[in-house]
Design a protein around this ligand. Structure first.
Ligand code: HEM
Length: 411
């Protein structure tokens, strides 16, 4: 039953997300007030955009809605001062965004990603080998976190011995609000600086001695004579991937595992008919929708649903709400691997910033769940799930599970 008054939920307070995304509020807003002004303790407040069609329209209209002007978070300066963050693809507007995105996309092609499948399969198999004899593990740490980290390190050519360090940096930078992961803001800044220096050094090495990895490719001029990326651009991209590609895929994997454990009938169907996996992955992405929102800033006054968004205002587009919009997803709060999809919003609203790593994320999720259902088909929860404390990322930090032990595949 829909409440008659607006649920009293503070979308800034990370504790409002302690038990999950406050869907009751978003359900109400989509129906009653699709453009809603929300207070913020440190700013003049922000607009909450909750309907799928508005999230899509704003994402596509980069001329009116800037990512660069005031960044993509509710607070302009987060772990990073905005000026620094603006060097990241995510916080650029056209034409700078268009140029850099094209230069990266030309080198980070669907073929690059398809070629990674055998490695993804091997890494996934090794990750499962590490836990399978034990019959229990912390799924989020021991399984879900391992594949995306290994994949990005592999893609970027990070040597094996540096991977734990890259993981620790990525964790500290992306966990803005979670005191269990990051003691204070300085910790995040130090992690950022250290990883930045590391990325520049790696880019320098690959410039001098190219190898078979993405950093080397980004550092080389294209055959058509196009300029290569600079060391700074490469370092920024490396950092974007370390956060954008790691934690997002990790948390989506954990949400997917939880959903399949909660719906053993659907899990059984997937085991019997692996052809359903492609659709199941879309439903897992929709269901988990791990990036709650990104911010945009209007470059002029604009009317939307009888409200006036003023030039310079903060506008937060909530992907987690778009993914539960009943006008696009009937019975949106039901997990259903048979749902028919034309679209979902976990990777953004379909504009020029649409997730560059979507094909890689989809492939990792598919291979991961194929492997898990084959090798540990009877997993169940074995303790309390601990969520990431954040108003921005819908994450699962710890998820103890148990299952029937089995033999490793590789010694
Ligand atoms: C399930 C996993 C993932 C989710 C849910 C996710 C989600 C997102 C979202 C919501 C955006 C912003 C879209 C927009 O503003 O319109 C984004 C951008 C981006 N993502 Fe992902 N992502 C995932 C995995 C990855 C992976 C694996 C990579 C790379 C290896 C990656 C690289 C990027 C990059 C580079 C951008 C910035 C693109 C731009 O600004 O042009 N992501 N992602």
């Amino acid at each position: 039953m829909m409440p008659t008054t607006m649920p009293d939920v503070d979308l800034v307070d990370p504790d409002s997300f302690a038990d999950g995304v406050p869907h009751g509020l978003f359900d109400w807003l989509r129906r009653e007030e699709p453009v809603h002004h929300h207070p913020h303790p440190e700013t003049e407040g922000f607009w909450v955009i909750s309907r799928a069609e508005d999230v899509a329209a704003i994402s596509k209209d980069t001329k009116t809605f800037s990512s660069y002007e005031k960044g993509v978070f509710l607070e302009e300066d987060t772990v990073l001062p905005l000026d620094f963050f603006r060097q990241s693809l995510l916080v650029m507007d056209p034409p700078d965004h268009t140029r850099l995105r094209r230069a990266i996309a030309r080198r980070f092609t669907p073929k690059t990603i398809r070629d990674l499948e055998p490695r993804i399969r091997q890494i996934t198999s090794d990750v499962v080998d590490e836990v399978i004899e034990r019959g229990s593990c912390d799924f989020s740490i021991d399984v879900a976190a391992q594949l995306p980290l290994a994949m990005i390190c592999e893609l970027m050519g990070v040597p094996h011995e540096d991977r734990e360090q890259v993981f620790a940096w990525a964790n500290k930078i992306s966990s803005f609000d979670d005191p269990s992961v990051r003691a204070d803001i300085d910790d995040g800044l130090i992690a950022f600086e250290e990883s930045y220096i590391y990325a520049i050094e790696l880019a320098e090495k690959r410039l001098a001695e190219p190898q078979d990895d993405l950093i080397s490719v980004l550092a080389q001029p294209e055959s058509g004579g196009e300029e290569p990326l600079s060391e700074i651009e490469i370092a920024n991209f490396f950092q974007l991937l370390a956060v954008a590609g790691n934690e997002t895929t990790r948390h989506t994997t954990s949400h997917g595992m939880q959903a399949l454990m909660d719906h053993p009938d659907q899990r059984q169907e997937l085991i019997m008919d692996p052809a359903l996996m492609g659709n199941a992955v879309e439903e897992i992405l929709r269901w988990g929708s791990v990036v709650n929102y990104f911010r945009r800033t209007p470059m002029r006054d604009i009317e939307l649903h009888d409200k006036t968004l003023r030039k310079g205002d903060a506008v937060a587009i909530y992907y987690c709400s778009a993914n539960r919009d009943e006008s696009e997803f009937p019975e949106p709060h039901t997990f259903d691997i048979h749902r028919s999809f034309s679209n979902q919003y976990a990777f953004g609203g379909g504009g020029p910033h649409f997730c560059l790593g979507a094909p890689l994320a989809r492939m990792q999720l598919r291979v991961m769940f194929e492997t898990l259902l084959d090798r540990i088909p009877d997993a169940t929860n074995a303790g309390a799930v601990t969520r990431l404390r954040s108003n921005w990322m819908n994450g699962i930090e710890h998820m103890p599970i148990e299952f029937t032990p089995a033999d490793r595949l590789n010694a």
